[in-house]
Write a protein that binds this ligand. Structure first.
Ligand SMILES: [Zn+2]
Length: 364
């Protein structure tokens, strides 16, 4: 059936209302977002906003030019051509958005911004909903009039998003414990989020207290071999034979058990399971009660030069198919070398996963 314009507009307003008020995930609104809908009117304290460029819908979100809202909200507006960021500022509150970024920065911390910042006719456009959140300004949608109002006199009300049944995201953190582990644990604790730490035995041996902290804070442990010799050209490559691989896992398992009393079932092959972990390896893992977990969402945070936090978040969004993958297993690293960019990216990654309706789980 072809949708009439009137019906399409109604559908859009309903979708917007759901997105604004009830916390619908991207999946619910995606089909409607593609219909090139007419955006609703926006007012600030009841006064209509005069737009530099017309608002539009993306990913089920209303996207607006930032500059047009800065003035009525009494924020200064500044484009920094070196940093390629736009900063809006009022008193002590300072928030910046950037083109091509799905994060905004507030008080030095990166947060999920819903949509990618986009330049239209020279103006940076961002999600209205996330802008209201960033500036702590209340946002209400009147379904009768179809008007969205921002009220600077009232704070933003966060709406708890409903988890989608069956959608579970697994954050997995490889190669530690390492110098960046405490910072990652702090972020996870702040968000009441859980993750699975795939430990290298040799690293765990150096930092048993950190292993205990990971467990004490409710996270799961995984076994990532004792020596992590992951290059096929290395003589002690851990996947050179079934016996060698099981010996590596057993050595790591003994150490983890010595420190914590736990025997993690989850294992991960250094460098990944594919293509070396053949049926013979799988059979041996089964017999020992181990379960191999490859990742299906990478962040490229192992690469040099390191990707930016913006790029890492984008990898997670794109590789989880914009939230339509049922069980993303996300790979990030706390070791072997520095991963400060990953620590920086983690808050926005968690916020994105929850926005998309995922519950955070641990393996196995
Ligand atoms: Zn590894």
């Amino acid at each position: 059936m072809r949708a009439t314009p009137g019906r399409a507009l109604t559908a859009v307003l309903v979708a917007l209302f759901l997105t604004l008020a009830a916390g619908a995930g991207p999946a619910e609104s995606a089909s409607l977002a593609g219909a090139a809908p007419t955006p609703p009117s926006v007012t600030v304290g009841g006064q209509p906003v005069v737009w530099d460029v017309p608002p539009f819908m993306t990913d089920g979100l209303l996207v607006v030019p930032l500059k047009s809202l800065a003035e009525p909200l009494n924020y200064t507006y500044q484009w920094d051509s070196t940093a390629r960021r736009t900063t809006v500022k009022r008193g002590a509150r300072e928030v910046s958005f950037a083109p091509g970024s799905r994060r905004y920065i507030s008080e030095g911390e990166g947060h999920f911004a819903g949509t990618l910042g986009k330049i239209v006719d020279g103006r940076l456009c961002v999600s209205l909903r996330f802008l209201a959140q960033a500036l702590d300004v209340s946002l209400t949608f009147d379904a009768k009039t179809g008007v969205v109002d921002l009220d600077p006199a009232r704070p933003y009300t966060a709406v708890a998003r409903k988890p989608r049944p069956g959608y579970v995201a697994y954050i997995t953190i490889d190669d530690g414990p390492a110098p960046d582990t405490p910072a990652m644990l702090d972020v996870l604790a702040k968000y009441k989020a859980t993750a699975t730490f795939f430990l290298i035995g040799g690293m765990a041996k150096l930092q048993p207290e950190m292993v205990k902290r990971i467990v004490a804070e409710g996270h799961a442990l995984g076994n990532h071999t004792f020596h992590h010799a992951h290059e096929p050209k290395e003589p002690d490559w851990c996947l050179r034979s079934v016996e060698a691989y099981i010996a590596e896992l057993d050595a790591c398992d003994r150490l983890i058990a010595d420190i914590t009393g736990l025997h993690p079932r989850a294992t991960r092959a250094p460098g990944g399971s594919w293509p070396h972990l053949t049926a013979a390896f799988q059979k041996a893992l089964d017999e020992r009660g181990y379960v191999d977990f490859m990742w299906n969402v990478g962040t490229l945070d192992w690469a040099w030069p390191r990707p930016s936090p913006d790029q890492m978040l984008e990898e997670v969004v794109v590789r989880s198919w914009n939230g339509s993958m049922t069980k993303p297993i996300i790979l990030i690293h706390d070791g072997v070398s520095k991963h400060t960019q990953t620590v920086e990216a983690l808050p926005a990654i968690i916020e994105y996963l929850r926005y998309a309706g995922y519950t955070l789980g641990t393996l196995p």
